[in-house]
Design a protein around this ligand. Structure first.
Ligand SMILES: Nc1ncnc2c1ncn2[C@@H]1O[C@H](COP(=O)(O)OP(=O)(O)OP(=O)(O)O)[C@@H](O)[C@H]1O
Length: 584
């Protein structure tokens, strides 16, 4: 059955959580504000009537003036209390939306995050969520009060003189029609601006991320063509929308305020023919002036309500993404750290990449995955690391399907180091500490000594306190990899996956690193993906992947004897090494 679409308001109330009552109180106070804002209209009408009746009592006029002043003060008090409460609730809503999005991104398959340009998430989670702050904080009290005020005034207006009350609505109706004209294709127009804004963001992020390549290839002009095109479309989406709305908007702003256009001549006529008293006429003029302002304000908020609804839809779009299917609590505990893949099939999109992979990795052994580029090695590693879910088949750790394990328990089991592991723009020390937030400074130093990166860290400008730059940009590729390995080692997980984790390291350092890795992972289940076959030839077991299938597995010697593809790759590797030596 198709799930019923929830309204933006119900989502907002959910995100408001404990602060929901603040919104309720904000509305109650806003109603109080309306009542005290309307009272002066009646007092003024009363004053005019008194004056027309010939009253000359100064004291009475003074009391009326004091009541008017008091009403305004009380109305203002209610208003500020109301907006302050709605602001508190709104900041909770914004914080909760962002928290939910962040938590969600950690639970969805990596593919969804990777396939979406990072500018899109940033735009939704920062700018667009921010953009609803003012509206949301003001809309609750002010929309209520501005909607309620004209209704109360109109009821009184109809009781005073229904003919003038109806006539006063003529310009308001024209205003409403103009407003509906403006709103006819509000949703698609606004969605187009949202789309072009996203594209502009993505183009900007891509341009900045790729600036190194752009400069290196001298493509500055042609590469910002995409950005310029996005900027033009962004501008066009707003301009064409504004053009279409401008006539309706002008009508709305010009006609709506003129309730007097009908009330004055007809009122005068009714006084003339004796069907309306002068004091009622004055009252009607004052009431007609009181209707317009709030109606225009309500009109402007409906536009904001539309925006909020589109932004809530975008956030819900993220929150509704299918998650990795994992229980909150593990339903079984692995008996050891062996890994078994049974008939695993997987594709990133429609195209199947792995066509029924079977592997058995014994606990505490060193296992290598080798094969031609694009054959599916990293995909196997990522599936074992649970970054994606298999399409069919199963992956078991110690006899337990990883889908039966909670993400927390699973994460304790595995340390995964990729070729380009992300480093945060923090100190070297804090980046390594992410492997184990409870680690002491001594433990961090110890792991860097064991993984052979202590010396180079000490040579950095501020040693362990050196800030590594965005994505580790202040460090070389090899340095980033070594820090990533130290971070993974600090995690002390029983299963370690190294996916081309030493690819950027020079041969001399690679030997040191391999040595330290061998010591550090002793007793753990290790999976290594490497192009340099000499670094994995001593593995307990080597799996040869070819076009998404396991072509063969065994030790180096066994594969040399039985697997032509492995033999070919080995020979190519040896001759490349020899050529490199000769060149030196
Ligand atoms: N996120 C992705 N979306 C779509 N296709 C992908 C994605 N990642 C990898 N692929 C495709 O899946 C196939 C296997 O890729 P994979 O990275 O597993 O190969 P690999 O053997 O590790 O290659 P290499 O040795 O070059 O790193 C390739 O054809 C690749 O283009």
């Amino acid at each position: 059955m198709k799930e019923k679409k929830r309204s933006a308001a119900s989502w907002i109330l959910e995100w408001a959580g404990q602060k929901r009552s603040a919104y309720v109180w904000s509305v109650v106070l806003a109603v109080g504000n309306v009542i005290f804002k309307i009272i002066p209209y009646f007092i003024i009408a009363n004053v005019v009537t008194m004056f027309l009746d010939g009253s000359k009592e100064f004291k009475e006029y003074l009391i009326m003036a004091i009541w008017i002043a008091l009403s305004f003060i009380i109305a203002e008090l209610f208003h500020s209390l109301s907006t302050s409460l709605s602001h508190k609730a709104t900041f909770t809503v914004l914080a909760n939306i962002r928290k939910s999005c962040c938590e969600k991104l950690a639970r969805v398959p990596l593919g969804y995050v990777k396939d979406t340009p990072s500018g899109t998430f940033k735009n939704i989670m920062v700018e667009r969520i921010d953009s609803i702050e003012t509206t949301l904080a003001h809309i609750v009290p002010e929309f209520t009060s501005n909607l309620l005020a004209p209704v109360i005034i109109l009821i009184y207006f109809f009781m005073t003189d229904w003919r003038l009350a109806l006539l006063s609505l003529v310009p308001v109706v024209v205003g409403f029609l103009s407003y509906f004209g403006m709103m006819i294709d509000y949703k698609p127009s606004f969605e187009r601006t949202v789309k072009t804004t996203k594209e502009l963001n993505d183009a900007a992020v891509e341009y900045i991320d790729g600036i190194e390549v752009i400069k290196a290839f001298g493509k500055t002009e042609s590469s910002y063509a995409k950005f310029t095109k996005a900027a033009m479309e962004y501008a066009d989406s707003f301009i064409s929308w504004m053009k279409r709305c401008s006539i309706f908007h002008a009508l709305l702003m010009v006609v709506t305020p003129y309730t007097l256009l009908t009330v004055l001549p007809f009122g005068a006529h009714y006084v003339e023919n004796g069907t309306l008293t002068i004091s009622s006429f004055v009252m009607c003029i004052i009431l007609s002036l009181g209707i317009v302002g709030p109606i225009i304000t309500v009109g402007s908020y409906t536009d904001d309500l539309g925006k909020i609804s589109v932004i809530v839809d975008e956030v819900v779009g993220i929150l509704k993404q299918p998650e990795l299917k994992r229980p909150e609590k593990s339903t079984a505990a692995p008996k050891d750290n062996s890994i078994t893949l049974t008939d695993v099939k997987f594709g990133y999109h429609e195209r199947e990449i792995l066509h029924g992979v079977n592997m058995k990795l014994n606990a505490g052994t060193v296992n290598a995955i080798v094969g031609p580029s694009g054959s599916g090695k990293s995909t196997i590693a990522k599936l074992i690391a649970s970054l994606w879910d298999v399409n069919s088949g199963s992956i078991k750790i110690g006899g337990v399907d990883i889908k039966q394990m909670s993400l927390v328990d699973f994460n304790r089991k595995i340390a995964y180091v990729a070729q380009d592991n992300y480093l945060f723009n923090e100190t070297v020390r804090e980046n390594i500490r992410q492997g184990n937030p409870k680690a002491t400074d001594e433990e961090i130093i110890d792991v860097t000594k064991k993984s052979g990166c202590y010396d180079f860290i000490m040579q950095l400008e501020n040693g362990f306190d050196t800030i590594v730059g965005g994505a580790g940009g202040h460090l070389s590729g090899g340095e980033r990899q070594r820090i990533s390995i130290a971070r993974a080692m600090l995690k002390d997980a029983p299963i370690v996956i190294l996916d081309e984790a030493t690819a950027y390291t020079d041969p001399e350092n690679e030997a040191i690193l391999q040595n330290s890795i061998a010591k550090l992972v002793a007793g753990r289940t290790l999976i290594v993906i490497a192009h340099r076959l000499s670094t994995v030839k001593d593995s307990d077991q080597i799996f040869v992947v070819d076009e998404g299938n396991i072509a063969a597995h065994g030790t180096h010697e066994e594969l040399l004897a039985s697997c032509p593809l492995y033999k070919e790759m080995w020979n190519a590797h040896i001759s490349a090494k020899d050529t490199a030596k000769e060149d030196n």
